[in-house]
Ligand binder design. Sequence first.
Ligand code: HEM
Ligand code: HEM
Length: 244
Amino acid sequence: MELVDWLWILHPALAVVFVYPLLGVVARSGGQTRHRRVDRAKLPPTVGRDHQDLGKWLTTGVVSLVLVAITVSIVTKSFWADPGQQMLRAWSLVLVLAGTVASLLVLWCVQQRWQRILFALLTWAGVLGLGAQPEVWRVSDDPRTLAFWTAHYWTGVGLVALLLFAMAIRPEITRRLAWRRVHLATVMAAAILFMVQGISGSKDLLEIPLSWQQPAIYQCDFNARRCPGAEQASLGTTVIHPVG
Ligand code: HEM
Ligand code: HEM
């Protein structure tokens, strides 16, 4: 594997090693928080606080994961081959990336409701702005197509929105039953999207060739599902021995 291939698996690796295990812990502590409140279970009073803190880390983890995927896409598809090209565009993108990270960090600290909503929106806008670049594979931008609703990119940014929303309304969830119900509804949708991401991400991983295989693979006709020379190969041999 080349350096560029390692960069491409950074995002799936971070998802598997950090984000999904953390999701398990957050879901478990959320369940305990509810169990303590509704069933008066004998659990430490800190479970709600722990859940909230871990939830903040989960949101931060997913936003970072998405930023890594998008940055790697843009850098490897555009700026890798010719670092000197489009300096103005490069600096604008770096600025948007820095602004997105800064908004997320500020969201950790701000207390007032309007500030929480503003910085959650700014973080999401930054993710959408970077994701709108032509190097990012979004499958379809048309919400009237099925491809849009099943695209790894669009379900990913949808998940980011739900988690940022949870982070923005955290004091309200603690104080009001109605907001707690809103939280439960949104995290159920988020749980489904986490599952969808795991499936569509693994599928994408299977479809993307290693850098040295790309010149051959991209000669294939993806609609007809045929590659040049495939007919002769299938006539010649029946058993194929992979070489690693
Ligand atoms: C997908 C992951 C998540 C799941 C499954 C989840 C689940 C839950 C559940 C079941 C409750 C208890 C509700 C009740 O008492 O009826 C809860 C409470 C809460 N959650 Fe989450 N949650 C998740 C993510 C988050 C995130 C990202 C945040 C934001 C940082 C967050 C903040 C809170 C807060 C502040 C409470 C109230 C805690 C308290 O009463 O002290 N949750 N969550
Ligand atoms: C929390 C879960 C996840 C979220 C929110 C998420 C989100 C994203 C986003 C927004 C992109 C950018 C699209 C691009 O740059 O072209 C992306 C790319 C990618 N993701 Fe994920 N992802 C998640 C989990 C996973 C997992 C578990 C895998 C694999 C095991 C995976 C594999 C990939 C691959 C291979 C790409 C690059 C190819 C493509 O664009 O489809 N992702 N992801």
